[in-house]
Design a binder for this molecule. Structure first.
Ligand SMILES: [Cu+2]
Length: 461
C-alpha cells in the first residue's frame, strides 16, 4: 500500500468516527431560577417528570444513596457536578423542546432572611409539606400539587405507613423557618474570598447543608427527601447543586484558578486538595484520578458512566462539559466587585466559565463562544496573568449566529471536512489516471507522466 492509499484509508477511518460526546448543537448555559419565566422553569419540571417516568431518574437517586460517604470529602463538589450534568443530559435526550435544555440553579441567598416564605416554595417547584397529611408537598396555595403529586412524581422510598411504594409515595417537605438561617450573598461571597480550596470547600458545603435542613426540619423529618440520602427525590436538589457548582466557578474566577485545566491541578493544593473532613477517614473518592462509583448507573447504556470512567480531575473544567454559567445577581449582591475584596474584578467579569456581560446584552446568550485555553498557570503567576488574559479573552471577536453558521459547522466538523476534501481529491486523481490509461484524456502525458498512467493501467498505484 503506498502513501496515498494509507492516507486515504486513515482519512476514511476518521470520517466514520463518531463525534466526541460533547459535540452538541447548543451550549449548556445555566441560569438562576429567579430570572427565568415559568415556561422556562417548566422545562425542568417536565423534563424531570419524564426521566422519572422512564426509570432513569431512580437509577441516579439510588446511586447517590449508595455513596453518601462522598459528602465528607473534598471531591463532594465534583461528584455532584456530574449528577447535575447527567440529569441535564438525560433531559436533553428527550429531544424536541428539551434539546437545548440547561439545568437552572437555585441561588438560595435570595431567600436568606425570608426562610418562612422562600421564593422557591412560591414557584413551580411546589410548596411546603402538609403537616396534616404526612408532610406531602402541596401547591404554594395549599392545594394538592399537580407538578409534584404522586401521578407525575411517584417516589419509591420515604413512604409513610399509609403509602405503598409500588404505587408511589409523595414528595415530603417540612420547612424549618425557625432553624439555622440561610447564608446571605455577603456571607457566601466572603467564603469564596478564601483562596485555599479546602477553606472554601468546607464553608460552602456547610452553607449548602443549611438548604437541605431548611426543607427537612433540620434533620428531624426522616421522610423529607432533603434531609436524607434520597435528597435527589426533591427537585430542589439538582437546582441546589447546580448553584454549588456555580459557586465553585465563581471562587475559581475570583482567584484566577479558572485558567487552570484539570491537567494543571497536580500539586496545586490551593486549587484542589484531596482531603477528608476532619474526623471522617472514610470519605470516598478524593484523589484526582480515582474513579467515582455510581452504583448501577454504569450498567445503563444511556449514561456516559457506561462508556468511560469519571474522575475528580475530569470534572474540574466546566468547558470540558460544555457548561457555562450566567452569574445572575449573586456576585454583585455579595459585594464581590467591591474595592476591598480579594477577588479580581476582571477575573470575575471575563471568566471563561461565565456568560460575558456584552453577550447577555446582545441577546446572544445561547451562542457558542470558543475561548482559547490557557495552560500551565501556577501559583503567583495566576494573579499576575489574570488581568492580561482576561482582556485577551474579552478581545476574542464573537461571531454572529446567523452570518457564521458555516464557520461553526467547519469548526465543529473540521476533521471531517478536511477528510472529505482529501478523499475527494484522491479519487479525482484516480479517475483522471484511469481515463488517461484508457487514452480518453488528451492531457495524459503532461498531467500524469507515462509512469503513473502505466501503473494505473496495471493496478499498481
Ligand atoms: Cu449529595
Amino acid at each position: 500500500m503506498n502513501l496515498l492509499q494509507t492516507l486515504s484509508l486513515s482519512l476514511l477511518a476518521a470520517l466514520t468516527l463518531s463525534d466526541p460526546y460533547l459535540t452538541e448543537d447548543c451550549e449548556r448555559l445555566r441560569r438562576p431560577i429567579d430570572q427565568l419565566s415559568d415556561d422556562e422553569l417548566m422545562l425542568y419540571v417536565n423534563g424531570m417528570q419524564a426521566i422519572r417516568a422512564s426509570g432513569k431518574y431512580q437509577v441516579l437517586i439510588d446511586a447517590h444513596k449508595d455513596h453518601t460517604e462522598i459528602h465528607r470529602g473534598s471531591s463532594f463538589f465534583f461528584y455532584h457536578s456530574y449528577y447535575v450534568w447527567e440529569v441535564e443530559t438525560q433531559i436533553r435526550m428527550l429531544g424536541g423542546k428539551f434539546k437545548c435544555f440547561s439545568l437552572p440553579y437555585y441561588d438560595w441567598t435570595i431567600d436568606a432572611g425570608n426562610e418562612a416564605e422562600p421564593f422557591i416554595l412560591n414557584s413551580v417547584f411546589g410548596g411546603d409539606g402538609d403537616p396534616d397529611h404526612h408532610n406531602c408537598v402541596m401547591t404554594p396555595a395549599g392545594r394538592a400539587s399537580q407538578n409534584w403529586g404522586v401521578e407525575k412524581w411517584a417516589i419509591q422510598e420515604l413512604c409513610n405507613p399509609q403509602e405503598n411504594a409500588e404505587v408511589g409515595c409523595c414528595l415530603k417537605r417540612n420547612l424549618w423557618a425557625e432553624g439555622d438561617p440561610l447564608g446571605d450573598a455577603f456571607e457566601v461571597a466572603n467564603v469564596l474570598q478564601r483562596d485555599q480550596w479546602n477553606q472554601m470547600g468546607g464553608g460552602i458545603a456547610f452553607h449548602h447543608q443549611k438548604v437541605h435542613w431548611l426543607f427537612g426540619a433540620g434533620d428531624d423529618c426522616v421522610s423529607c427527601a432533603m434531609a436524607t440520602g434520597y435528597s435527589p427525590d426533591d427537585p430542589i436538589f439538582m437546582l441546589l447543586h447546580s448553584f454549588t457548582a456555580m459557586l465553585r466557578a465563581t471562587w475559581a474566577a475570583c482567584h484566577g484558578y479558572d485558567h487552570l485545566t484539570g491537567d494543571d491541578l497536580d500539586g496545586n493544593l490551593a486549587a484542589y486538595e484531596p482531603k477528608c473532613a476532619e474526623g471522617y477517614p472514610d470519605c470516598g473518592v478524593i484523589e484526582l484520578d480515582d474513579v467515582y462509583e455510581f452504583g448501577e448507573m454504569p450498567t445503563y447504556k444511556w449514561s456516559l458512566t457506561s462508556q468511560m470512567d469519571i474522575t475528580p480531575r475530569m470534572m474540574w473544567d466546566f468547558a470540558d462539559w460544555n457548561v457555562r454559567y450566567d452569574a445572575g445577581t449573586f456576585q454583585r449582591r455579595g459585594g464581590m466587585y467591591d474595592e476591598d475584596t480579594t477577588c479580581s474584578p476582571t477575573g470575575l467579569q471575563f471568566s471563561r466559565w461565565f456568560l460575558q456581560d456584552e453577550e447577555a446584552e446582545n441577546g446572544e446568550k445561547r451562542q457558542h463562544a470558543q475561548f482559547s485555553r490557557v495552560h500551565s498557570v501556577s501559583g503567583k503567576e495566576v494573579q499576575e496573568q489574570a488581568l492580561f488574559e482576561s482582556r485577551a479573552v474579552s478581545a476574542v471577536p464573537r461571531v454572529n449566529e446567523e452570518s457564521a453558521w458555516w464557520l461553526q459547522l467547519v469548526d465543529r466538523h473540521a476533521l471531517r471536512v478536511t477528510a472529505v476534501v482529501l478523499v475527494a481529491l484522491y479519487w479525482s486523481f484516480r479517475l483522471v489516471q484511469y481515463l488517461a490509461s484508457k487514452g480518453k484524456c488528451a492531457c495524459r502525458e503532461s498531467l500524469l507522466g507515462g509512469g503513473a498512467a502505466h501503473s494505473m493501467a496495471y493496478g499498481t498505484v
